[in-house]
Write a protein that binds this ligand. Structure first.
Ligand code: S3P
Length: 441
C-alpha cells in the first residue's frame, strides 16, 4: 500500500472546533506509574499511538496485565517491586525515546537481564545521558557505543544519588526520578527546567516528592520505597499535536479554530508564547487545574501580519518538540528571526535542526546557520510554486506533519513520504486535518 500523501492545494478557510488525542508524555508516564501502583488503575483518553502501545506491550512482558475497555484502559500493578524480571526479557521501545529511557529507571532493581531494543531511528540515539546516572544507583548497564540495544541488570542494594541534570531533558530527569521511587533514602536532583509531568503525577499519588522551584532550575527530593495505590486519570489533549493545527490556522486565510481540552502546563506552552510574541493572537480559555496539570481550550485565528522573533533561549525547552513549526512561521513572517542553542533538536527522532535548515532552503527561504544557532529570513508574502518531494527524514512523525502544514498553507505540489510515521504520536492527524477541509490523497 502507498505510504505517501499528495497535496496539490492549499486548505480553504475553515471555522471549526476539534479535539486532539491524549498527550503522549503523560500517557507513557501513566502507563509506567500504573505498572508500579498496587491494584487497578483506570486511564481514560490514553493516547493510542505506537509509542504508547509499545509501552503497554512492554509492561505486559514484565508481568503487568492490562485490558482495553470501551472508554479506558485498566492496568493492574503489584506495587514498586511488582515487575517479574526473573528471566531474560527483550523489550521493544519502537520509536519512543521517552519509553526507552524512562523504563530503564524502573528496571534498576530487575533480577535478570532486560534488553531494550528500538527501531532504526531510536537505535542511533544516545543513551549515556540516562545510563550514567542509573549506574550510580547500582544497576549494571551495558551497550555498544551508548546506543540500543541497552542491557540492564538491577541490584537489591540500590543507593540514592545526588544528580545534576544539565541538558534540560525531562527524559533524563524522569528516568532518575523513577529509579529513585524504588530506592531507599532520599535522591536529590538539581534539574534544568523541563516538562514536569512525572513530578506532578507522583505528587498527586501522595508520593513523597518535594520540588523547590528556583529561577533557572528545580531542586527535587524523592523519598523512595513508598508504595502507592492504583489511580484514575484522564489524559488531556496533547499541546504538541495541537501545535500543527495552531500553525495551520495561523498561516491559512480567514480561518478560526478552537482546540478543546489541551494540556497547557507552562513547561509545554513555549510555542504559544513564541507565536504570540510574533503577533499571533492565541488565547487560552476555560483553564482549569486537573491533578496539578493546567488544561484549557485554545482559540486561534489566521494572521497575516506576523513578525520575526529573537527567540529567548529560556523558552527552548518548553517548545522543544515544536521548533519545526516555529521555523515555518518565521519563514512566513516579516523580518529576520533568530534562534540560539538548539543542539538538543539534533538529538530527536531525526536530526531536526539539520532537516529544518534543509527544508527551509528547499522552499527558497534564506537561512544562516552557525553551529546550533540559526537566522531565518522571513517573508510575509511567501507563496510556493513548483514541486516538492519530502523523503529521507528518518520517518520522523513531526517532520511529516509539519510538511503537510507547509503544503496546505504555502502552496505548491507536494509528495510527502512515510505517512505511517504519524502512528508514533498522532495516528488521527490526517483524518482530523481532512475534517477541516484539507485535500490530501
Ligand atoms: C519528552 C521529553 C523531551 C521531548 C520528547 C518527550 C518526555 O525529550 O522532546 O518528545 O516525555 O519526557 P528530552 O527529554 O530528550 O528533551
Amino acid at each position: 500500500m502507498k505510504n505517501h500523501v499528495i497535496i496539490n492545494n492549499k486548505i480553504n478557510s475553515f471555522n471549526n472546533k476539534i479535539y486532539v488525542s491524549g498527550d503522549k508524555s503523560i500517557s507513557i508516564r501513566c502507563v509506567l506509574l500504573a505498572s508500579q501502583g498496587i491494584g487497578l488503575s483506570k486511564i481514560y483518553n490514553l493516547l493510542e499511538s505506537e509509542d504508547v502501545l509499545n509501552s503497554l506491550k512492554s509492561i505486559k512482558k514484565l508481568g503487568i496485565e492490562y485490558e482495553k475497555k470501551s472508554s479506558h484502559y485498566l492496568i493492574k500493578g503489584f506495587g514498586l517491586s511488582g515487575f517479574k524480571t526473573n528471566k531474560k526479557i527483550n523489550l521493544n521501545a519502537g520509536n519512543s525515546g521517552t519509553f526507552a529511557r524512562l523504563i530503564l529507571g524502573l528496571l534498576v532493581d530487575s533480577k535478570n537481564e532486560i534488553k531494550i531494543l528500538g527501531d532504526k531511528s531510536l537505535s542511533i540515539r544516545d543513551f549515556s545521558r540516562v545510563t550514567e546516572p542509573l549506574k550510580q544507583f547500582g544497576a549494571t548497564i551495558n551497550s555498544n557505543k551508548n546506543t540500543l540495544p541497552v542491557k540492564i541488570i538491577g541490584t537489591d542494594f540500590l543507593r540514592p544519588i545526588n544528580y545534576e541534570e544539565k541538558l534540560g531533558s525531562a527524559q533524563c530527569k524522569s528516568a532518575v526520578i523513577l529509579a529513585a521511587i524504588k530506592t531507599p533514602g532520599t535522591t536529590k536532583i538539581k534539574a534544568r527546567k523541563s516538562r514536569n509531568h512525572t513530578e506532578l503525577l507522583l505528587k498527586n499519588l501522595g508520593f513523597p516528592i518535594k520540588v523547590m522551584r528556583k529561577k533557572n532550575f528545580d531542586l527535587i527530593e524523592v523519598h523512595g520505597q513508598n508504595n502507592f495505590r492504583g489511580f484514575e486519570y484522564t489524559v488531556p489533549g496533547d499541546i504538541s499535536s495541537s501545535a500543527f493545527f495552531l500553525v495551520l490556522t495561523l498561516l491559512s486565510k480567514e480561518s478560526k479554530l478552537k482546540i478543546m481540552n489541551v494540556n497547557v502546563n507552562k513547561s509545554r506552552t513555549g510555542i504559544i508564547k513564541i507565536l504570540n510574541m510574533m503577533n499571533a493572537n492565541i488565547q487560552l480559555k476555560k483553564t482549569k487545574i486537573y491533578k496539578g496539570e493546567a488544561v484549557s481550550d485554545i482559540y486561534v485565528k489566521s494572521k497575516n501580519n506576523l513578525k520575526s522573533i529573537k527567540c529567548p533561549q529560556e523558552l527552548n525547552s518548553s517548545a522543544i518538540d515544536e521548533f519545526l513549526l516555529i521555523f515555518l512561521v518565521a519563514a512566513k513572517s516579516r523580518g529576520i528571526s533568530s534562534f540560539k542553542n538548539l543542539s538538543e533538536l539534533n538529538k530527536k527522532e531525526s536530526p531536526r535542526l539539520d532537516i529544518a535548515v534543509n527544508f527551509l532552503r528547499k522552499i527558497g527561504v534564506k537561512v544562516i546557520r552557525n553551529k546550533d544557532d540559526i537566522k531565518i529570513y522571513g517573508n510575509s508574502k511567501l507563496e510556493l510554486k513548483g514541486k516538492f518531494i519530502m523523503n529521507n527524514f528518518k520517518k520522523d512523525h513531526r517532520v511529516f506533519m509539519m510538511s503537510c502544514v507547509a503544503a496546505l498553507t504555502l502552496g505548491g505540489k507536494w509528495k510527502i513520504h512515510d505517512k505511517d510515521s504519524i502512528n508514533s504520536s498522532f495516528p488521527k492527524f490526517l483524518k482530523l486535518i481532512k475534517k477541516l477541509g484539507a485535500k490530501i490523497n
